[in-house]
Design a protein around this ligand. Structure first.
Ligand SMILES: *Cc1c(COP(=O)(O)O)cnc(C)c1O
Length: 389
């Protein structure tokens, strides 16, 4: 029997064979003409993926947290006020990073885990203070709650606040039109919906974000993340010229460029529609199995992942073990208030309808082993019906 397991966690995700092939190529010099061409092309393609024609992309070795750090380090000066639209664990992390650079941070929190602050609540906060920037976690991977980036960004514009979006679990999966929606900075990481192995931090800075960086009166507090060091490098690669600051992860950038090509070939709208269709099918299956989701309403539920409470009386650790043995790796909980009570399924990137059915099938077999009583196949039938519809 084949023993390869399907990885259905919210990052890293399953990658296409072409992307993995790029990872295994002989590593070239970071100054080799063919690598310069690939890096330059990847930077150009990122503007199309972020839908930000006037943006400045930054691609550096690091994880998504470094991308958050880079945004905060370059935009915040000591004493700046920042508003965090808080939908969970990763919003808390952004608050902590901003504070590390000296920001005065105010959180507008969801009333309950699985909720999101309303536009009215965020506007009241913006009205009560003068914020240099606000952060939004597009999809908080701890709750699977999706934020209304379009509506929130419009508020940011109205109040003259820089709008920064943590799109680590959304870019190239969830609809996000950076420039059209007036978002000043979007950041992500390679291993989620961008479909490239972990190791790249990506930032797309719009004109107002770069302007705020240029107007700083104090140096950036993190040497590695400082755009002063990275901007000339990104500009050089795009101009197809050699430049060096820190050695780029050559194979990862090669793989990123392959993945970006595949993403753009699929098209941003069809890609988001595919994520929505597969997410709806998966969520229908969970509903049919009688499992409750963490987001408090369907409108708050992300399409890149699903967060589901364990059924009453089922041991979560054991269940994930059974599902793993049935061939699918899922993730446990992350939000500190409910960590042991729920699990998470990532369905982003190259995910297919068949992956959804395999995952639902493994969950059903795991639930049966865990002693949960349900009619075998109801989840599969619901997912299949949604996929066929
Ligand atoms: C995964 C994730 C991060 C952190 O990314 P790392 O690559 O693990 O550092 C930040 N924000 C969100 C929304 C995420 O999903």
């Amino acid at each position: 029997m084949k023993d390869r397991k399907l990885l259905m966690i919210p990052g890293p995700v399953e990658f296409t064979p072409e992307v993995m092939q790029a990872m295994g190529m002989p590593t070239t010099s970071h100054l080799a003409p063919n690598f310069i061409e690939v890096f330059g092309q990847a930077l150009e393609r990122l503007r199309d993926v972020f839908l930000c024609p006037a943006g400045q992309p930054f691609v550096v070795a690091g994880s998504g947290s470094l991308a958050m750090d880079m945004a905060a380090a370059n935009l915040v000066e000591v004493g700046d006020a920042a508003l965090v639209v808080n939908t969970g664990y990763f919003s808390d992390r952004f608050g902590a990073i901003l504070e590390r650079y000296g920001a005065q941070v105010t959180h507008v929190r969801a009333a309950a885990v699985g909720g999101a602050p309303t536009l009215e609540e965020v506007e009241a906060a913006l009205n009560a203070g003068r914020y240099k920037l606000m952060t939004i976690t597009h999809v908080d991977t701890s709750t699977a709650v999706v934020a209304d980036v379009k509506g929130l960004a419009a508020l940011g514009r109205k109040y003259g606040t820089l709008v920064v979006v943590d799109g680590v679990c959304s870019v190239a999966g969830e609809a996000l039109r950076q420039e059209e929606w007036g978002v000043d900075l979007v950041l992500t990481a390679s291993q989620k919906a961008l479909g490239t192995p972990p190791g790249l931090a990506l930032v797309m800075a719009g004109p107002r974000a770069l302007e705020a960086f240029r107007r700083r009166s104090t140096p950036v507090g993190c040497y590695y993340a400082d755009w002063t060091n990275w901007l000339p490098i990104m500009e050089a690669y795009e101009a197809r010229k050699p430049a060096y600051y820190g050695t780029p992860p050559v194979n990862l950038i090669w793989a990123l460029n392959v993945s970006l090509g595949q993403i753009l070939e699929e098209g941003m709208e069809p890609r988001c529609a595919r994520h929505r269709r597969l997410s709806n099918a998966f969520k229908a299956a969970m509903g049919a199995l009688g499992l409750k989701q963490v987001p408090l309403s369907p409108e708050l539920a992300a399409t890149t992942l699903t967060a589901v409470y364990y059924p009453e009386g089922v041991d979560g650790g054991a269940l994930l073990g059974y599902i793993g043995a049935a061939g699918v790796i899922l993730a446990g909980g992350l939000h500190p208030e409910i960590r042991t009570r729920y699990f998470r399924i990532g369905h982003m990137g190259a995910v297919s309808p068949s992956d959804i059915l395999v995952t639902v099938g493994a969950i059903e077999r795991g639930l049966a082993q865990a002693g949960y009583s349900f009619e075998a196949g109801v989840g599969l039938a619901a997912a299949q019906a949604a996929l066929i519809r």
